[in-house]
Design a protein around this ligand. Structure first.
Ligand SMILES: [Zn+2]
Length: 127
């Protein structure tokens, strides 16, 4: 089970780098999930390696047009590993690489709920 906490050294680093102070005092808008990125943040291309291969397979084999492919999937549970918990937010994110410049970037991030003992470790929210 992957559990993420921001380590103290990182919080100190961010404070020293001015990251925290820039955001203090400003009301940040609440994140709206799913968060999607439709183009490469580096070059603006919409072509992704896994997606390009999948599109070729869809044409050749008549696969479901709604299928989506990415190179990496990752899930993190936001909980304190030193405490017991009944449910915790779980973020599932998918990454792909730009077919034009190779930049790896997040394609979609979904917020769900994780529960201890759930073999899938999370249920995706239906937002
Ligand atoms: Zn690119």
């Amino acid at each position: 089970m992957k559990v993420a906490l921001v380590p103290t050294w990182l919080q100190e680093f961010e404070k020293e780098a001015g990251y925290m102070t820039k955001q203090e005092g400003k009301e940040q808008p609440e994140l709206q999930f799913p968060i999607t990125f439709s183009k490469c943040p580096n070059c603006g291309s919409t072509r992704r390696i896994a997606n390009e291969v999948l599109e070729g397979e869809k044409k050749k084999k008549g696969l479901n047009p709604k299928l989506m492919a990415t190179l990496l999937q990752h899930q993190v549970i936001i909980a304190d590993p030193t405490r017991t918990w009944l449910s915790a937010p779980a973020i599932s994110s998918s990454f792909d690489a730009c077919a034009d410049c190779g930049t790896v970037y997040c394609v979609v991030a979904i917020l769900g709920t994780a529960m201890p003992g759930d073999p899938r470790q999370s249920r995706q929210s239906r937002q």
